[in-house]
Design a protein around this ligand. Sequence first.
Ligand code: PGA
Length: 233
Amino acid sequence: MKYIVANFKLNGNTQFFKSYFKEIKKYVKKPTNMMFAMPNCYLHLSKGLSNFIVGAQNISHKSSGACTGEISAEMARDLGAQFCLVGHSECRKRGETDNQIEQKLKLAKQNGLTSILCIGEALDEKPVFRQVLKRQLQVLENVGIDNIIIAYEPVWAIGTNKTATTRDIKSVHGFIKKFVLEKYGKDVPVLYGGSVNAINSRDILGLDVVDGVLVGGASLNALNFSSIYKSQL
Ligand code: PGA
């Protein structure tokens, strides 16, 4: 089964998540690899939700100390997270550095969290996307690729309804997989993210080189997200 990951971003509240999970359970009885990147303050709501895998959208690059407003990998784990997104372009835009991303990957690993490392080129970087992706993958050098999932999310495709074509996805995922295999001698799962919805998901998930999808906007509706999950079947 492929990885079908929801990224709720800065959305929802207690009532929303309670009814969301209730609804999704009606549509998908026993999900496999269905994952939800929760707002940190609602991670605890997932306790007791067997079969659903929940995670954090971000963690601190520090394990503890003077980092007001942050949540550590250990805290996320304590609240029930099994994975975390790392390096999402919205965090990079707010100033997250490659060095911090590397620290986050290390802390996630130490605390038993799978990391979904998000990489992707901006619109003006399209002509040199290979260099951009290679640079973003550099953070794995000192971390390795155990417990790592990569999400290719072209920045220009996020929240814009401008999904990359299946042709482009095939070629970029092929490039990422080959690069990682040559460097680390192991295959790594690569997800696609960027305006995935219940209409385009079947074609995207139908590609061999796509191991799953990371879904923002369309994940906020339980029926849509279930349809995306089912479109791989
Ligand atoms: P989107 O977001 O599906 O709304 O484009 C994807 C993401 O940011 O992970």
